[in-house]
Ligand binder design. Structure first.
Ligand SMILES: [Zn+2]
Length: 86
């Protein structure tokens, strides 16, 4: 059994329903590198947040923590650059 490392900058399992939704929104936002499976295999390696932690859909890899900053609404750092001007 792995004991999660406690840190004010991390959230650990079990994740709440709101945390799962926020983590998956962050994971799929498209402008940050997602958490990925540490194992080498075919198929998608992006992790999916669940109340029991991150899971890989193609193997038994699990992760029991996330960065606390991932709970906030992701903000695209290129938003101002990409905004069309009139
Ligand atoms: Zn995997």
């Amino acid at each position: 059994m792995v004991i999660p490392l406690k840190s004010p900058d991390k959230v650990v399992v079990p994740f709440s329903a709101a945390e799962v939704d926020a983590l998956n929104r962050f994971q799929r936002c498209g402008f940050v590198h997602p958490f990925t499976c540490a194992n080498s295999h075919e198929g998608d390696r992006d992790l999916v947040a669940t109340r029991a932690g991150w899971i890989c859909c193609h193997c038994d890899y699990r992760q029991d923590w996330a960065h606390r900053a991932m709970l906030k609404e992701p903000v695209n750092p290129m938003a101002d650059v990409l905004r069309l001007t009139p």
